[in-house]
Design a protein around this ligand. Sequence first.
Ligand code: BMP
Length: 262
Amino acid sequence: MNTFKTYGDRAKSHSNACARSLLELMERKQTNLSVAVDVTKKAELLSIANAVGPYVCVLKTHIDIVDDFDQDLVEQLEQLAKTHDFMIFEDRKFADIGNTVKHQYGNGIYKIASWSHITNAHTVPGEGIIQGLKDVGLPLGRGLLLLAEMSSKGALTKGDYTTESVAMARRHQDFVFGFIAQQQMNQTDDEDFIVMTPGVGLDVKGDGLGQQYRTPHQVIVDSGCDVIIVGRGVYGNPDQVQQQSARYRDAGWAAYLERCQQ
Ligand code: BMP
């Protein structure tokens, strides 16, 4: 419901450091595309990250699906993030009590907080999950997205659940800078949560396992979201990764420019 502002204008006035970095990056690089690289081999993940790097603002990972994960993988990802100027988002979807998620975020094999600029959490355990993650992530300058809505068929993330998730975010704006959601979540002109939206595809409507796709235009113009997250639409055909990245980057940016005109 708020008046439309450009990514650049929003960067200037945003109070959250992670949001500022992301909005500045989107404006500088002219992209609102995030690619979800859901592959299971280190070499393939790095190769796709390198190919999509020039087109994305955020590279999204599911690090726990990589069969041959090692520390060198995250070091190489961090290097690619610097070379191509993108942020890394480990889509961990934390969902436990504060004390447990603290360890899951900072420790274990993956040590997510040490390399991932952005991560996310379900709000089902209540607000302690945010505080636990904040204890670890805020001193490192990291940012958190809450899952307010999911893209999949039959998702329970609706109604009061979504409303309560937004209320939790409001109470932690130093760390929580936005949502994984299907529509804009701001209630007033003063609020500026960044909405990153998965379930984006130009060629198909679903995947047979409950995923539901909408177009970049539906997501950015009709629903007022900020970042499109595209997975298989980009990396599904290994011969077309760069072409598809450019296609989705262009579609996302054209939709944003259209919104700027409104
Ligand atoms: P794809 O475009 O291939 O369907 O991939 C979507 C990506 O976004 C996956 O990594 C999935 O885990 C993630 N995702 C989603 O699809 N829906 C949600 O509501 C939240 C997600 O993180």
